[in-house]
Design a protein around this ligand. Structure first.
Ligand code: HEM
Length: 491
């Protein structure tokens, strides 16, 4: 009995010694985060991790220990070091295994920059230049702005935007834009990937059901269980399995085998002659981009329209309307500064991926923001905090104010800290597509309509954490639309 007590005390003593002598003991943070990750996990499972991390930053500053092996940062230097040093920054953590599609690794879920990729070309094997960056380069021309703004893509997006506006105009009373915006994003990304195929979920019931399958699910806790208890996962009862998406899976498998895709579509690039990818690998990559392009763009637009519809923000809506009226249909989208400011401000206040974007510190450890962080520590910055922490750059950080983006003073600092699309070699591939989709929809809508919060809107629009993304809590956003008369163009 005594020996049991003695060995327990010895073990606890050893653990405490290890923790207290670790370089992470010097990192600011609550004492318990040096001993256990329990508190962080509790917040993950209760969907409050983002706010927990944010509170700690407010209390302890730009560097905060979250758990014995995890540190969060909120400065520009840290962002550059973690996500952009050496081009691609540090490697992703196993957390990204949750984003495999059909069990296959995709560009998004590749962990290491040096990881042998399914996209290896013969030349790449010969030069041993086989990395995530190689995958990214393979797809770069599809997501380049010059490809996105091709007539074919733009007219398809515009046609979908007009379908969205017609749906809003046709509904009497309040419109739940949350579901329609998800349809718009789904239609946009599938038309881009599979052109001339692509969904029409704004008009077609069967396609609408696919949007529902992909959008309405409660899978945060189930995914976390898979991540933390992978060995037990095969024995989980079916109610603990993450959401299945049979319709979407079947659809993407079918479209990935399309015989004559349009030359500038994503699927044409992936299945080009000599492509080393199997049919399943093409499907996995497409499914990944589809998933990456729905909730992000849909939620961003939803938060944006919600903000613009608030009584105190109608002045911003009117100014946007004025800019849209002063430009023609041919005006390049990047020449509309107010439209740009409105989108940036929505992405700043409610970034669709607002949570920690985790990476491993490389071998040998690194000094970040003045603290030595040992190798294999999980480090991250979270867009939600980065966009609020430095109040000199973002005064009144919780207030929606698009006009901050138009001020000359602080222009560079604001843009450097804009982290909604991530940065570096693992930053968002679909940024250009998302921006064009959002701009076209807003132009179609706000040049003719005024939106306001519907009287029967009682749902919560608070951000609700998912794995790394967040969505409106109740997944409902009811707005009213009115055709604008000349009388309101006086703002
Ligand atoms: C407003 C819309 C969007 C936002 C805010 C957004 C944000 C982000 C962020 C923050 C990342 C980095 C995540 C990480 O490192 O964990 C990312 C990566 C990525 N995004 Fe987006 N995204 C948006 C739309 C899209 C769209 C429309 C697509 C494709 C159709 C897309 C495809 C991707 C892909 C493939 C990656 C992985 C890149 C890599 O690992 O190299 N995203 N996105």
């Amino acid at each position: 009995m005594w020996s049991l007590w003695l060995s327990s005390i010895l073990l606890v003593g050893l653990y405490l010694f290890k923790r207290l002598s670790s370089p992470l003991a010097k990192v600011p943070g609550p004492w318990y985060t040096n001993l256990t990750s329990f508190c962080l996990k509790y917040h993950e499972f209760t969907a409050t991790r983002r706010l927990f991390v944010h509170r700690l930053h407010k209390k302890y500053g730009p560097v905060v220990r979250l758990a014995p092996n995890e540190v969060s940062f909120a400065s520009l230097d840290a962002i550059r070091e973690i996500y952009a040093s050496g081009g691609s920054g540090y490697d992703k953590t196993e957390y990204y295994d949750l984003f495999r599609q059909y069990g296959i690794k995709t560009m998004f879920s590749t962990l290491e920059k040096q990881e042998i990729s399914a996209y290896i070309t013969i030349e790449a094997i010969a030069t041993n230049d086989v990395q995530h960056s190689h995958r990214k380069r393979e797809l770069a021309d599809r997501y380049a702005m010059s490809n996105i703004v091709r007539d074919k893509h733009v007219s398809a997006i515009k046609e979908r935007a007009q379908a969205f506006v017609s749906r809003c105009a046709a509904i009497e009373g309040s419109v739940n834009v949350y579901s329609l915006l998800h349809c718009y994003a789904l239609d946009g990304v599938t038309n881009f990937m599979f052109s001339p195929g692509g969904l029409k979920s704004l008009d077609n019931t069967k396609d609408y059901e696919m949007m529902e399958e992909l959008t309405y699910h409660q899978s945060l806790q189930k995914n976390l269980l898979y991540y933390y208890l992978p060995r037990l996962a095969p024995y989980f009862p079916s109610c603990l399995h993450p959401r299945p998406a049979p319709r979407a899976n079947a659809y993407v498998l079918q479209m990935a085998g399309q015989q004559h895709p349009e030359a500038h579509s994503l699927v044409a690039r992936l299945t080009r002659k000599g492509s080393p990818l199997s049919h399943m690998q093409v499907a996995a990559e497409c499914k990944d981009h589809m998933a990456a392009g729905i909730d992000t763009t849909g939620d961003a637009l939803c938060f944006l329209m919600w903000e613009l519809s608030q009584p105190q923000n109608l002045q911003f809506q009117d100014r946007l309307h004025k800019e849209l009226l002063s430009t023609s249909d041919d005006t390049p989208l990047d020449k509309m500064s107010y439209l740009d400011a409105v989108i940036k401000e929505a992405l700043r206040c409610a970034p669709p991926i607002p949570m920690s974007i985790p990476r491993y510190v490389p071998s040998g450890g690194r000094t970040i923001d003045g603290y030595f962080i040992p190798e294999n520590t999980i480090v991250s910055c979270q867009p939600y905090t980065v966009h609020r922490f430095n109040e000199e750059v973002f005064p009144e950080p919780d207030r929606f104010n698009p006009e901050r983006w138009l001020e000359e003073k602080g222009f560079n600092d604001r843009n450097r800290l804009f982290f909604a699309f991530g940065t570096g070699g693992r930053g968002c591939t679909g940024k250009n597509l998302a921006m064009v989709e959002m701009k076209i929809l807003l132009r179609e809508l706000y040049s003719r309509f005024r939106s306001s919060v519907a009287p029967d809107m009682t749902a919560s629009m608070d951000l609700d954490d998912q794995i790394i993304s967040a969505r409106p809590k109740d997944q409902i956003c009811k707005l009213n639309f009115a055709v604008r008369g000349d009388d309101v163009d006086t703002a």
